[in-house]
Design a protein around this ligand. Structure first.
Ligand SMILES: [Fe+2]
Length: 522
């Protein structure tokens, strides 16, 4: 039976399951209140976040729009929930869109669990998740998928249906979970409802739209996710406190950003403490950067290159947004103080590098780290929104990897809607400089690239630290780490506009631990 059918069956049979006595009048729903699915995430060796959000339509139909409603969560060792490991009740509050975050701690390390939610007479589908090994453990392998950029109208989430077949420990989502703009192409395969979104209600309904997708729901239910964001969770090309350029400017960008961050919290399996300023309405920042160890085998970092960055340099007429530019014509570009991570995160990351004992150090961040010169005629033309727009910040990151002798750095990225695979150089101005680590920048789940394959091959040729570039395929990457080495498989769907698309292996790469040389193996 397909996962999709399982989910549908679980949802439709919700009312038939034997329910525990809850001690209050049981809410009767006019349908399935778990229509946005369930999720788990932010795993450590002893804790997890379990997530769901009750359907706003059913909340309204039940007359609960302005009321909290209790939701029971259960975490069990077995799929029948006969051996519970933990349980509790969370109030789904109207102030947080009736979202539910159960932060479960005190769990056994390196263990698979099943979980579900119960609200009134409805039982959610069952999810499967896991805790990570203790930081002192020596796991034989870590298998993760990295994914990004799932523009709703550009395609169906067939890639996720194929991701289900991978036996993953975790999914790292690297930004652009949704897009703030309306359907703009007549060829969109499915309509984006709601137009431009700038308000809390708008962001909420855009998340609800994405979360209605059963393939996406199935991957959330199957594996824990570690998430970070990029620009479109707020607005295209926004930079810290400065708005970007997509759609009409709003009068109060910080209010828009605040609304977007709150909606992000409401829809992701993330921790309340990291969003305390947002949820408590006491400040403007949220924390999506962090590090979690998978035993001694790997440290997984998530970075935030969006919230704390300086504005992009070199935009013509100082307008907001992004552009390609010649660095010789832009003084601001090379200023040493310009930051992409912000001072606090940069300092935190360096301290993490100093103390990590992990064999592999895996940085999940938004964009392409390596230099990508677009000029095919011997000059230099760079894009100012990615790391290429912040050369001093990039150099500080690479210098920190070197000065701390960071073991096996691997950078994962997204944003550019193209697959790029290559070596991290100690100095991108010198193509013969030392190779410091490996980089895998993923394609998108659906979002389109406007670069042809023949052109991207030419761009790759003038950036030889990359050994592979592909603009044609949508999909995701799977990287398996062992003490001996890593294997990365780029999975692609045949046609992202086909909800039933097949998938294939676009390419595969291997590297040995301790080596910064990567080989393509298929
Ligand atoms: Fe994107």
């Amino acid at each position: 039976m397909q996962r999709r059918q399982l989910l549908q069956l679980a949802a439709s049979s919700a009312g038939l399951l034997a329910l525990p006595k809850l001690g209050w009048t049981r809410q009767t729903w006019a349908g399935n209140p778990f229509s946005m699915g369930i999720a788990s995430g932010s795993p450590t060796s002893d804790s997890l976040v379990l997530w769901t959000r009750l359907s706003p339509e059913l909340i309204e139909a039940a007359g609960l729009t302005n009321q909290s409603t209790p939701v029971v969560w259960q975490l069990a060792h077995d799929e029948k929930f006969s051996r519970l490991a933990a349980k509790g009740i969370v109030q789904a509050e109207p102030a947080l869109a009736h979202s539910v975050h159960a932060e479960v701690s005190g769990l056994a390390p390196d263990r698979h669990y099943f979980y579900r939610f119960i609200a009134g007479d409805a039982v959610s589908p069952t999810g499967r998740t896991r805790t990570f090994p203790l930081s002192s453990a020596t796991p034989a392998r870590l298998r993760l998928a990295y994914a990004s950029c799932q523009q709703w109208g550009n395609g169906y989430y067939s890639a996720y249906r194929h991701m289900l077949e991978e036996n993953l420990d975790v999914v790292m989502f690297l930004g652009d979970y949704m897009y703030e703009y309306p359907s703009s192409r007549p060829a969109d395969v499915r309509p984006t409802t709601g137009g431009w979104i700038t308000t809390l209600e708008g962001y909420r309904s855009r998340y609800a739209l994405h979360k209605s997708d059963l393939d996406l729901q199935a991957v959330h239910a199957a594996f824990p996710w570690l998430v970070t964001w990029d620009d479109h969770e707020v607005q295209n090309d926004y930079a810290g406190t400065q708005q970007g350029e997509s759609g009409k400017p709003v009068a109060d960008f910080m209010a828009r950003r605040f609304a977007a961050y709150q909606a992000y919290y409401e829809h992701m399996p993330v921790r309340r403490a990291d969003f305390a300023q947002i949820v408590g309405k006491t400040g403007e920042n949220a924390r999506v950067f962090g590090a979690t160890s998978f035993g001694q085998l790997a440290m997984l970092y998530t970075l935030d290159t969006r919230q704390f960055r300086d504005p992009q340099a070199c935009n013509p007429g100082n307008r907001p947004g992004s552009t390609r530019f010649n660095p010789k014509e832009c003084e601001e570009w090379a200023q040493p103080q310009r930051t992409l991570l912000g001072q606090e995160q940069e300092g935190w990351l360096k301290r993490q590098f100093e103390k990590t004992q992990a064999q592999w150090n895996v940085l999940g961040q938004q964009s392409l780290l390596g230099r990508r010169n677009f000029d095919l005629d011997g000059g230099v033309r760079l894009w100012n929104d990615g790391w290429d727009g912040y050369p001093a910040a990039r150099q500080r990151l690479i210098d920190a990897m070197q000065s701390t002798r960071l073991s096996n750095p691997v950078v994962l990225g997204g944003d550019v809607h193209e697959n790029w695979v290559g070596h991290i150089l100690s100095d991108y101005n010198n193509p013969n400089s030392l190779k410091v680590g490996l980089e895998f920048c993923g394609t998108s789940i659906t979002s389109l690239s406007n670069t042809s394959q023949s052109r991207i091959e030419k761009i790759r040729a003038v950036n030889p630290h990359f050994i592979f570039a592909n603009s044609e395929s949508r999909g995701f990457g799977v990287t398996e780490f062992t003490p001996k080495g890593l294997t990365t498989t780029l999975k692609a769907v045949k046609d992202a506009t086909d909800p039933n698309s097949s998938a294939f292996t676009l390419a595969q790469f291997e590297a040995q631990a301790g080596s910064t040389s990567i080989q393509r193996t298929s």
